[in-house]
Design a protein around this ligand. Sequence first.
Ligand code: SF4
Length: 310
Amino acid sequence: MANLYGGSLLRVDLSTGEIKRTPTTQYSDLWLGARGFNARILYEETNKETDPMGPDNVILFSVGPFTGTMVPGSGRVEIGAKSPVTGIQGMSNMGGYWGPELKYAGYDSVIVKGAADKPVYISIYNDKVEIRDAAHLSGKDTYQTQDAIREELGDPEIEVVCIGPAGENMIAYASVHTRLGNAAGRTGMGTVMGSKNLKAIAVRGTKGVTLADPDRFMELCLEAMEVQKPLLDMGKTTDLLANDPPTWALTLGNYEASKWVKQKDLRHGHKPYWERHKNRQGQGITGCFNCQVRCMDYYDHPEKGPLVAS
Ligand code: SF4
């Protein structure tokens, strides 16, 4: 296995049940990262006649060379398919922990073709890959689905990407979810999962990722984290932890500045917003794999369990 890569692309055909692996090197020499894989494979395997909701569409869940390493913010997964919303290349990505787990299982992409004749989910445990019945998951929301799969497979460390009722019912802009509140919400990727009767992909990997020079790699990652620090406030839409509104103001103007001289004038001044949010503090903050922004407020709701607001 080449350094930084899982080593294989996992191909699953839901119409025939065929599961096979091809080497990542088929693409990684020319097409860098998850978007590179997705764009190239979509170009090769779909065309202008491909119906985004038909079995000939492919949906790809890909990770890049940094995913699962100490590189800050390297926990994301890029999802691609021909979009039912735009009719052209669809792409959306999300954080969480699924992407790193896929890399640790030895894969750089899961490429799903065809359509199942009943609801299914894909289970990946390193080299063991199965298409499993998902009839009992139909109608469950994305939190319930993740819990049910972890319980069924008996491993709390499993990471799950899944759709809820919107995806199952093929609402045109349905999103794909993982963990607490991570959503790939653009271009109807959840709709494509629904059209394939694919409720979820569960993954658990224990292989890790190899590096050529781990000590130097770590040094560079620590340097990158220092460079990031002054920018961290720009990543927050609301500063709920401090219960103080100014940082959300930075998002005005499409993040055009990291300091907005008038932001202090807004303290307690933007009444409708401030009244709505002033008591909305969670029990802590949380975030995605190896991301120091940690942009989510964590709540332990007495009835609904863990929830986040980001
Ligand atoms: S914690 Fe927030 S900023 Fe960091 S990767 Fe996750 S969603 Fe993005």
